[in-house]
Design a protein around this ligand. Sequence first.
Ligand code: 13P
Ligand code: SF4
Length: 317
Amino acid sequence: MMVNNNVNLIQAIKDLKKEKNAIILAHYYQESEIQDIADFVGDSLALAQWAAKTDADIIVLCGVHFMGETAKILCPEKRVFVPDLNAGCSLADSCPADEFEKFIKAHPGHTVISYVNTTAAVKTLTDVVVTSTNARQIVDSFPPETKIIFGPDENLGNYINSLTGRNMVLWKGACHVHEQFSLEKILALKKEHPNALVLAHPECKSVILKIADCIGSTSGLLKFAGNSPSKEFIVATESGILHQMQQKNPDKIFIPAPPNDSTCACNECNFMKLNTLQKLYNCLKNETPEIFIPEEIQKKAVKPIRKMLEISEKLGL
Ligand code: 13P
Ligand code: SF4
């Protein structure tokens, strides 16, 4: 059934949610209508934390596939849906599990730290998972002499190496959205808006991070924008975050950082934007598409995720 009118659609989603004891968790990169109807909107760490503690029977994870997998790994007894299962992640795709396994074997004696943007199979090869909110602190929780493999985001790995003085061995993966930001175009924007601060996600290239006034996860950038006395910001991460930034700070101006080779002024993750309000409705109504993880993989992959949640809790993150 198609529910064309947005008002009806929103009411229908609310009714289905109640009827089925479902919870809607949305990432900051989701389209604004989805963020507005979600029970919780957050970064990758917060989505995992919410999934781990919910008593809902159904979790609809409005985000990309690895986020749905993470929720399912943490709650194998619950049903987890992602409105469009084609919502992948170029960063997760840049790290196939079989090649990562060979990489690990080529570096014996190393602790394996993986960014949450990975498949469940890669998580089974991992000692501890991190997100951009806790990566620095989790790396710091290991003694300085620990030999570490960090994957798959090379930009984030280089950034953490620079912060911690470590020399982690890095897998050379990247996100196609964050790699795209243009230094020249950001500098041109700064000329037009001399008081604007640059906010950048650590998945951006080092040339962008070098000129950033704040480097942080989506939630970190959002918090910084709220606490800063500045009124203008150039935002070098996926443009979906601007919805929350603008909602929480109506008196401030947020300008999306432009990508390199596009006529578009913003930068969108085509995977994140596959989820729509209509697909969210269909998914709740028809209880599909669902995330399934083989038990053997779930049992191994849950360990490094739980480890991340435990360390994060101790650190108050
Ligand atoms: P955050 O954990 O900062 O929300 O990042 C998720 C992501 O996919 C960044 O591209
Ligand atoms: Fe993956 Fe990049 Fe999209 Fe984030 S923005 S979900 S890292 S492709």
